[in-house]
Design a protein around this ligand. Structure first.
Ligand code: ADP
Ligand code: MG
Length: 346
């Protein structure tokens, strides 16, 4: 869908921002561009919507060399989300979201209806947040509006430049998860720039690790973490890359131990309870008491990171792994986590 062929960009002052870049992003794929500040990520991205022109080489979108495509027509097919969001301060959230459909000449009512639909899609209530002005939203909410606006004309391609950079780590993780859930349904072709290796690993189907103006490695996060292509990449992903791999390695059936004999349900002597409900304060059981006897569960295919986090909270040293319907399939122990990580490197 997006293809770079030997692309070099030298700015007029002589700075070579990117040098001989070649890579391809498949339709519906999310590729993260990650690297230190000044390595050429934003320059790369802006060559896709012709905000920057290459000095040499070609950029193709949907099979066409974009040097021959009218920039305005090109940008209609490309949503753009930036860290500073760039909302118009004097326009309501609804009107901000309707900007692109309005520019495309939609009738006002249709543009607003579309905007309302998109606000809902990114988890904002159009009736509550639509009439507000950007200054009346939290940072996280403004970022959501930025994403909604970029999606308004339903472009096949989305460019996101540090889209979650301006919010605190907790909100950032929530926005990342929300966007991944959204992407699972809208399936855009996405280039996402970040300087945060964790974000690149979590978000990317594949990731491009940048050195100075060049891509040092372009592969799946699991492969980059398991086998960094160069010492630079190894250094960039960090000495704890085995831990980072937990987030991108799923729990599979071969990692499981058999269920204890006679187990068919997650056991709880008190019968079915609301897991979020309070525990009985008069319960005399100590730290290893009632809550620990309720088996903690993870679904097959869930990340080892989530599984390990649950294991660490559990006294029994094992988790029940379930199928999609919640039926227990087997148990996961620390030894199983270890086996899974070894398998992922093999
Ligand atoms: P990143 O997004 O990875 O931080 P950029 O693509 O913004 O990096 O910048 C890459 C290099 O190009 C940097 O050295 C930067 O200073 C330089 N650069 C970016 N924009 C311009 C410009 N308009 N004129 C001159 N140099 C620029
Ligand atoms: Mg940048």
């Amino acid at each position: 869908m997006i293809r770079f062929e030997q692309v070099t960009k030298r700015y007029p002052d002589g700075t070579t921002a990117v040098d001989g870049l070649s890579f391809e992003v498949a339709e519906g794929e999310l590729v993260t561009l990650v690297g230190p500040s000044g390595c050429g990520k934003t320059t790369t991205m802006m060559m896709v919507n012709r905000l920057v022109e290459p000095t040499s080489g070609r950029v193709l979108v949907d099979g066409r060399d974009i040097a021959g495509v009218d920039p305005v027509a090109l940008r209609r097919k490309i949503g753009y989300v930036i860290q500073q969001v760039g909302l118009f301060p004097h326009r309501t959230v609804l009107d901000n979201t309707a900007t692109v459909p309005a520019l495309l000449g939609w009738k006002k009512a249709a543009a607003r209806a579309r905007a309302a639909e998109l606000l809902e899609l990114v988890g904002l209530d159009p009736a509550v947040h639509g009439p507000r002005y950007p200054a009346q939203l939290s940072g996280g909410q403004r970022q959501r509006v930025g994403v909604a606006r970029a999606l308004a004309a339903d472009p096949p391609v989305l460019l996101m430049d540090e889209p979650f950079g301006a919010v605190d780590p907790v909100v950032r993780e929530r926005l990342q998860n929300e966007f991944l859930a959204l992407q699972a349904t809208v399936r855009k072709t996405v280039l996402l720039v970040t300087h945060d290796i964790e974000e690149a690993v979590r978000m990317g189907d594949r990731m491009a690790v940048y050195g100075q103006g060049r891509i040092e490695q372009f592969d799946t996060p699991a492969t980059v973490l398991a086998s960094p292509a160069t010492p630079y990449v190894a250094d960039f992903v960090g000495g704890d890359r085995a831990l980072k791999r937990l987030a991108v390695t799923p729990v599979t059936a071969e990692d499981l131990d058999p269920l204890p004999a006679g187990t068919t349900e997650a056991t709880d002597p008190a019968g079915p309870t609301d897991p979020s409900g309070p525990t009985d304060p008069t319960d005399p059981a100590g730290p290893a008491g009632t809550p620990a006897t309720r088996a903690r569960t993870v679904p097959l295919g869930g990340s080892l990171k989530d599984a390990l986090a649950l294991l660490l909270q559990d006294d029994s040293g094992r988790l029940t792994v379930t199928d999609a319907a919640g039926r227990p399939l087997g148990t996961l122990t620390p030894a199983g986590v270890h086996r899974a990580l070894r398998r992922a490197t093999a």
